[in-house]
Design a protein around this ligand. Structure first.
Ligand code: 13P
Ligand code: SF4
Length: 362
């Protein structure tokens, strides 16, 4: 049966039967299967994850597992990362292959290669610029970093990665998320005038040769459309309505939101912060809605609000539902059509190097 036909059948099946089937198939597949789930996954999916985590934790766990099949409940770049970090005989599956990341799509290998060439008209990038890619990027960009002395970072370790990068070369080209790069550098005390933004649609990214020569950090003009919906005014309103409330923000938010926040950190760091807080602590959180709702249920003694009055959900993370998960499990058991994510061999070697440089910094 084709995946489409199987999914059609599963959507006509009552949800409680799907849940039962997922439990049974998971049990049957045993140790040969590992399900990884990002914190932004919906509750009906994350409850089946053997490991729930942020991008860093999930990459670390993928690099350690011996499971033959890894189902990645997350988005495309995460499954690619898992494939790069596992051996050739391990299979990585993305339940819905259309689960991408709009931020990762904001920088492609042609644009970044062009940027590198343009930089070489002004300076010698191979000796003076460390390319740093946020893990939210294609395997081709991770390979680019591996080949050019660069490294991958996540929102958990961006500071450590930038320290390493500047220790090696005087400048950093950071892509694709402007905000993670900017917020991390500001927190490290890098002055604003030492950062420039690179707009890939413009010659020299829209900068003069002098501006490029003087910059310590070149920030790609990319963003997460979910995290850009939060505003500093939302924090003002929360503080007015709930005195004593703490604002927690993900570093993909704008500079204004991170500057007003009491704490900025990755999804894992936000969870740790709430977990460790005293009973009665109040929080307004600026990150994806599924995670915030889960924290709200998990910690009823610590009132939690979503920072924005609008619903900010990651629609691609939401694509993975119990039906797609169930279809992936059936495909493994019946040796059917798998949505396997397989990074081409010519990208694997260099992409793995840039990921290993990051993992070795932990
Ligand atoms: P972390 O998993 O590093 O917290 O990043 C969140 C995110 O936006 C993943 O796409
Ligand atoms: Fe990409 Fe933003 Fe969704 Fe994360 S939350 S997967 S960065 S679009």
């Amino acid at each position: 049966m084709s995946t489409q036909a199987l999914l059609k059948q599963l959507y006509e099946t009552p949800e409680e039967n799907i849940i039962e089937q997922v439990h049974a198939l998971k049990e049957e597949l045993g140790d040969q299967l590992l399900i990884l789930g990002h914190h932004y996954q919906r509750e009906e999916v994350i409850k089946f994850a053997d490991i729930a985590g942020d991008s860093l934790k999930l990459a670390q766990r993928a690099s350690e597992t011996n499971a033959s099949y890894i189902i990645f409940c997350g988005v495309h770049f995460m499954a690619e990362t898992a494939d790069i970090l596992t051996s050739d005989d391990q299979v990585v599956i993305l339940p819905d292959p259309a689960a991408g990341c709009s931020m990762a799509d904001m920088a492609d290998i042609e644009q970044v290669s062009r940027c590198w060439q343009e930089l070489s008209k002004v300076l010698s990038p191979e000796s003076s610029v460390t390319p740093v890619t946020y893990i939210n990027s294609t395997a081709a960009l991770k390979a680019f970093c591996g080949e050019h002395g660069g490294v991958v970072c996540t929102s958990s370790n961006a500071q450590k990665v930038l320290e390493w990068s500047w220790a090696n070369r005087e400048k950093v080209l950071f892509f694709p998320d402007q905000h993670l790069g900017e917020n991390t550098a500001l927190a490290m005390g890098v002055p604003e005038h030492e950062m420039i933004v690179w707009d890939p649609t413009q010659h020299l990214g829209g900068n003069s040769p002098e501006e490029i020569s003087d910059a310590k950090l070149i920030l790609w003009k990319g963003f997460c459309s979910v995290h850009q919906l939060f505003r500093a005014e939302h924090a003002d309103t929360m503080r007015k309505n709930y005195p004593g409330i703490q604002i927690l923000a993900h570093p993909e938010c704008s500079r204004e939101v991170c500057e007003t926040a009491d704490f900025t950190g990755s999804t894992e760091a936000i969870i740790q912060h709430v977990t460790r807080a005293e009973t009665g602590s109040k929080f307004a959180i600026a990150t994806e809605l599924n995670l915030v709702n889960r924290l709200r249920i998990q910690f009823p003694e610590k009132p939690i609000w979503f920072l924005s009055p609008m619903v900010c959900m990651c629609s691609t993370m939401f694509r993975t539902d119990p039906q797609h998960l169930c279809a992936s499990l059936f495909a493994i058991r019946n040796r059917g059509q798998l949505n396997q994510i397989s990074v081409p061999a010519n990208q694997r070697r260099w992409a793995r190097l840039s990921l290993e440089r990051m993992l070795n910094l932990a």
